[in-house]
Ligand binder design. Sequence first.
Ligand code: ZN
Length: 189
Amino acid sequence: MILPVVKFGTPVLRERGAKIESITPEIKKLITDMFETMEENHGVGLAAQQVGVAKQLTVIDVREVKDRPSWVEIGGKPVDVAEIMPLVLINPEVTPVGEAVKGSEGCLSFPEIYAEISRPESVDVSALDAKGKPITFRCGGLLARAVQHETDHLNGLLFIDRMEKKVKLELQPELDALQAETKAALKKK
Ligand code: ZN
């Protein structure tokens, strides 16, 4: 089922997600719905907050992006990125490894707003997969960026919080307009 993606100005986007204690049928259904929703919107990643659920759950799939490379290592050995796709991360913990690099980011909760964001080039990730099994890997490139962007969502952080002041200032009128539109729509409900 395709779920509505909440936009900037919706309070749940600022909530820290609760830890998931067990993979219930509701969580399984949520994972399926989040993948369908992400595909429908041509996203690379989607966090539970973006479909109105404050839980430590995100889905990621970078396979459609051909022009921005990703890499993955498991136990120090390179593996094919496709091997861990599509990726479900439950209760993820992310540790920065590489130097900060700039790259373009968008967000399904901020339609048509893009900005260069500086983030570590690579990260170590440990999480539970869709079956509740622990997984650990190191990744870099676009996948590392997606993992960090989505993990931020799980902690109530948004990419606008990572923007340079000057960049955010330039986007401020668009951000204000989006927020006002969201708040007006929420009031009508
Ligand atoms: Zn986002």
